[in-house]
Write a protein that binds this ligand. Structure first.
Ligand code: ADP
Ligand code: GLC
Length: 522
């Protein structure tokens, strides 16, 4: 379904002009973008087949990360470079961001939300791709990205409305854009503003939006009254707009107003159209199924690589696995588990501790797991109740289970490298990157067959279970433990996993084709 306002003369004019310019393209000429005529100073290499994409994201690794979204946004732009796309990213300047090497490129970009004015300025990190940071200390210079001690900041609706508007300011003034690729609810207002407040703004004629859902569970829900603070037409509060069971939802807004939608695995793209996984948005997603694609995340093997990667005590490869034993020994030492575990399966977990990640069924199965003469190390942080569950599980089995509560990227690498098995018993999993990293580290994944876990793990490289129960999880672990007993066959399983290629190559090509289609060139 096309998503343009049928009665908007500017949109119509923009499309006609784009078509006209494409028709009249001359060799070596500037091509079909309307912006060319207005910006003759753009580099000569800028041609009609290059899509200029601005990713709007609340996270970008390595600077600002709570989970896999940051990994995706931190590595996809570079991969897209191979397809000729010019990609930049815009993200808030949180307190935690190290500003070394950044320069201020725009001093004053005021954002008006009705009578309220927010003064932002823009910083740029030029390598390895242009990364714009929206600086607005009253909003982003805080300890957390979205909240503190498990409590969301009460002004998140303002914080991410200002972010959306400032990102549009970057597209207007600093990085002329064909496609705005928006990630998760925090950027959901970008398509909403474009299709409403800015619908007649000539700067954005022909500019398209792709809205990527990395996790349907996070919806950016706020009271209806918040609308008044966002400078949005109250008309967006409707079931096929931003309304969601009496509140407004930024995620719903993105889904309703973006030109195209994507999510991060083919299976999750199907699942979210069902009531079981739809979090109340399955109907909305079915309504837009024609523009929804599922594109599997890729891994950045420059960082997640046992042959060369950082933070691990020894490097190793499929041909020479000896370093992995060193990694295992060091990991046991780091977690205070006994040397005896060297000859037994060691299960690793690195996770946000939330409803999503299966802590409840893991705790249910823990007694059965340790009864298999197995050891477990877990690194994670998140909701206090799950942190407590993990702590108490370790307290019940101190010689078998060790837990580290916290966020620690180097340790995450060491768990990937040192463990024999990697457990992801997720209730839902849009894609999941840790199981992909595990494969590369020869750490055999045990996963629940859902979303991207189902798409990436097959028999012969890992173990899957279907039912979301402690019993099903335990059975899968038992199968893995039995397989571990046959050393040669186990090493073959490891090697098959290590040989899998989940780099960005294929998926970046799919995004690139989507951008081209959106920009009217496909
Ligand atoms: P999600 O985005 O749902 O958390 P993914 O598997 O896609 O799940 O990505 C998780 C990313 O976050 C991985 O890079 C993982 O290593 C990292 N991560 C998660 N929890 C921690 C933690 N406690 N410490 C360090 N890294 C973590
Ligand atoms: C989300 C999902 C995870 C996915 C990541 C990156 O956090 O929970 O499955 O891999 O986003 O897309």
């Amino acid at each position: 379904m096309r998503c343009r306002e049928p009665d908007n003369p500017f949109t119509k004019l923009g499309e006609d002009l784009v078509a006209w310019q494409r028709f009249h393209r001359f060799p070596g000429g500037p091509g079909c973008r309307l912006t060319q005529a207005r910006r003759p100073g753009l580099p000569a290499c800028y041609n009609s087949d290059v899509a200029r994409v601005l990713m709007v994201s609340p996270e970008c690794a390595p600077l600002a990360k709570t989970g896999g979204l940051a990994d995706v946004v931190g590595s996809l732009p570079t991969a897209l470079g191979a397809y000729g796309d010019e990609v930049a990213v815009v993200t808030p300047r949180y307190r935690a961001i190290d500003m070394k090497g950044m320069r201020r490129v725009y001093d004053s970009l005021p954002v008006y939300l009705g009578p309220a004015r927010f003064d932002t300025s823009i910083y740029l990190a030029a390598e390895p791709f242009p990364l714009y940071l929206v600086d607005c200390p009253p909003l982003y210079d805080r300890k957390g990205f979205y909240g503190e001690a498990g409590v969301d900041y009460p002004d998140n609706h303002i914080r991410f409305a200002v972010f959306a508007r400032a990102a549009l300011g970057v597209a207007r003034r600093l990085f002329r854009t064909d496609v705005l690729h928006c990630h998760d609810w925090q950027s959901g207002l970008v398509p909403v503003y474009l299709k409403t407040l800015l619908a007649g703004d000539p700067t954005f004629l022909g500019v398209k939006t792709l809205f990527s859902v990395h996790n349907l569970a996070y919806q950016g829900l706020f009271p209806r009254t918040a609308l008044a603070e966002l400078a949005l037409d109250p008309g967006v509060y409707r079931p096929d707009g931003m309304e969601f069971f009496g509140r407004i939802s930024y995620l719903r807004g993105g889904i309703a107003f973006a030109d195209a939608l994507s999510t991060v695995s083919p299976t999750y793209a199907r699942e979210i159209q069902t009531p079981e996984y739809g979090f109340g948005l399955d109907g909305a997603l079915r309504g837009r199924a024609g523009v929804l694609s599922g594109i599997l995340n890729g891994a950045d093997y420059r960082e997640w690589n046992p042959e060369t990667g950082p933070f691990i005590p020894a490097h190793y490869s499929a041909d020479d696995l000896s370093g992995k034993r060193i990694c295992k020994r060091e990991l046991l030492r780091e977690f205070g588990l006994p040397e005896a575990a060297m000859e037994r399966p060691l299960i690793g977990i690195v996770s946000r501790f939330t409803d999503q990640k299966g802590a409840d069924i893991l705790v249910e199965a823990a007694g059965g797991i340790v009864a298999e003469d197995v050891y477990l190390v877990a690194l994670g942080t998140g909701e206090p109740k799950y942190e407590e569950l993990f702590r108490s599980m370790a307290a019940r089995h101190p010689d078998r289970i060790a837990v580290r509560i916290g966020y620690d990227n180097p340790l995450a690498h060491r768990v990937e490298a040192g463990a024999d098995l990697f457990l992801m018993p997720s209730r839902w999993e849009p894609c999941g990157l840790n199981q992909i990293y595990s494969l590369r580290y020869g750490t055999v994944p045990v996963v629940r067959a859902t979303g991207g876990l189902d798409d990436t793990i097959e028999d012969g490289i890992g173990f899957k279970f279907v039912e979301y129960t402690g019993q099903a999880l335990l059975e899968a672990v038992r199968s893995a433990v039995r397989a571990f007993a046959d050393g040669d066959a186990w090493r073959e399983t490891m090697r098959r996993g290590m040989a899998k290629d989940f780099s960005w190559k294929k998926s970046a090509a799919a995004y690139s084709a989507l951008y081209q289609r959106l920009a009217g060139r496909g």
